[in-house]
Design a protein around this ligand. Structure first.
Ligand SMILES: [Ca+2]
Length: 395
């Protein structure tokens, strides 16, 4: 394991190795949790040092004026902070919430209630800190773990278990994502956290309930899914990290009119409405480009609200220009609002529109989500979410 291969590994986290395995012990890795916390400490300490050294006008201002600190903290790539109070000059700095997309796509770290107290960093996370870690070929030996990762164990240096949830595990593709609860662990961050495999345990320690206990539904959704659009902003730009605009299209002999309207029929807020005419084999479409080719192996489902009249298709596409491979699910719309879950494991190998393939071929390079309609007159869609992908997968 390359525990110390990061040029950014800070002195604060590079002290005691977090778990040098002996010949008899199960393998253990200090990476990536230790490095993740190391990055955090390095960045915050860098800010502290910058301020303390009085380098530059901004740093000096931050030292003297609390209002400048949020700006200074924004200078750390991928780091967002909210609720900054106090100033280092006064000896105390409090950060209400810190959300960090880690360098090298290693995952994400979110902490609440950080206190920088004089020269030391004290973390008092409530209701719990959360980290999402990516495992891949370069940081985890999938060939030495089990096919489903049930031998994984996360623990403190004292061997106390740390709650985690295996959100995705694909041994063959050497890809995995773990959600980790850090509220007990961050307080001993400088001593490291161990990730073990080949642990002798009958069943997986992966436990979603204990990992997420105390978090709100919104917080869990934020960590486990990506909002495509809820249309509340009223514009034609998606809510994806890429902010790509919606697109639409239609065949000859079809017509299509689109608008963002009040959802109605017992549903509050706004929704996208399409009024159309298209009899088979004609069709209309609205879709959203993801902004890049996405490795969507972990994509579990697309969940959304829909109503209308006609035959409706939800397509996952790899487009080159306006054509390309797609896998879809199709169904007839109901006039009332319905929550629809389209699972990637249940997509059809269909044909009829463009080149249609099955999900295993599309998932390695997903580019677009597209909704097709025909043999009806209207449809409305709202609250569209991709479950199993996280924002970092789309950046
Ligand atoms: Ca809405």
């Amino acid at each position: 394991m390359a525990a110390d291969d990061s040029p950014q590994a800070p002195a604060a986290a590079a002290g005691t190795p977090a778990g040098a395995a002996t010949a008899a012990a199960p393998p253990a890795a200090a990476w990536p949790v230790r490095r993740l916390l190391g990055w955090l400490l390095a960045s915050l300490l860098a800010v502290v040092l910058l301020v303390a050294a009085g380098l530059g006008g901004a740093a000096w201002l931050a030292w003297r004026h609390p209002a400048t600190l949020p700006w200074l903290l924004q200078q750390v790539p991928g780091l967002q902070v909210q609720g900054v109070r106090g100033a280092l000059a006064g000896g105390q700095l409090h950060i209400g919430q810190l959300d960090w997309q880690l360098p090298a796509q290693a995952g994400r770290l979110q902490l609440w209630d950080l206190q920088v107290d004089g020269a030391s960093l004290v973390l008092w996370p409530r209701p719990g800190a959360q980290a999402a870690l990516r495992l891949g070929r370069t940081n985890f030996p999938f060939e030495h773990s089990t096919r489903d990762g049930h031998d994984l164990r996360l623990e403190t240096p004292q061997g106390d278990p740390i709650p985690f949830h295996i959100a995705f595990w694909d041994s063959a593709a050497a890809l995995a994502r773990l959600e980790v609860r850090l509220d007990s662990a961050v307080q001993i961050a400088h001593r490291g956290i161990r990730l073990r495999w080949n642990s002798d345990q009958a069943k997986s320690l992966s436990d979603s309930a204990s990992t997420w206990r105390g978090f709100s539904r919104e917080q869990v959704l934020d960590w486990t899914s990506v909002l495509v659009d809820d249309f509340e902003d009223g514009n034609d730009t998606s809510s994806l990290p890429s902010r790509t605009p919606w697109r639409n299209g239609l065949t000859n002999n079809a017509s299509l009119s689109l608008s963002v309207v009040e959802a109605g029929r017992g549903r509050t807020g706004k929704a996208l409405k399409a009024t159309y005419a298209a009899n088979y084999p004609s069709y209309v479409l609205v879709g959203v480009p993801l902004g890049r080719m996405v490795v969507a192996r972990s994509l579990d489902s697309l969940v959304f609200q829909v109503r209308g009249k006609g035959l409706f298709y939800v397509a996952f596409e790899h487009l080159e220009g306006s054509r390309g491979a797609k896998a879809w699910q199709r169904f007839y719309l109901d006039s009332g609002w319905t929550r629809k879950v389209v699972r990637t494991s249940e997509l059809e190998f269909g044909n009829g529109v463009g080149d249609v393939y099955d999900w295993p071929r599309v998932k390695a390079s997903l580019t677009d989500i597209t909704f097709f309609a025909q043999d009806g007159s209207e449809f409305q869609i709202d609250d569209i979410r991709l479950h199993g992908l996280v924002a970092g997968d789309l950046r």
